[in-house]
Design a binder for this molecule. Structure first.
Ligand SMILES: [Zn+2]
Length: 145
């Protein structure tokens, strides 16, 4: 059962988790750090979040995974925050972000929709081919939690 990115973002549990990750990353002009995680779909169809270890100001390291799965669960999306709003920080996905998704053979599962990048104003999606879409205003998604 394929999950489209809008279906994933419509899940209240996912919205709450993205908002929590945003808060945890201490957004501001500077001094924030990236937070992120896997959005997993269990064999019974439920979505669930597995957070990654806390990142730094402009990067985050993923825990191990393979074949676009964690155990029996499919990785249907990933996400990370861009919490620093100062002009020296990128709000949109970086070239490194795009390459990391595009060039990762373990993020090419049948159900993988891409990586959500959460910035102050906008939620972006880096598609598995590295292309970027603006998905929604961040405030709009968080308002519905
Ligand atoms: Zn990034």
């Amino acid at each position: 059962m394929a999950q489209q990115h809008d279906t994933i973002l419509a899940d209240p549990l996912v919205r709450a988790a993205l908002q929590q990750a945003w808060r945890d990353s201490q957004p501001g002009m500077r001094g924030g750090h990236e937070e992120g995680g896997f959005i997993l779909q269990d064999p019974n169809g439920d979505l669930r979040i597995m957070r990654w270890p806390t990142g730094s100001q402009s990067s985050i390291v993923l825990p191990p995974y393979s074949n676009c799965k964690i155990g029996e669960s499919d990785i249907v999306a990933t996400f990370h925050t861009h919490p620093n709003t100062g002009s020296e920080y990128l709000q949109e996905p970086s070239e490194t972000d795009k390459r990391a998704i595009r060039d990762d053979p373990d993020l090419k599962g049948e159900f993988y929709e891409g990586e959500f990048i959460i910035s102050q104003a906008m939620i972006y999606l880096v598609n598995p081919d590295g292309q970027v879409n603006e998905i929604a205003a961040t405030g709009e998604i968080f308002a519905k939690v």
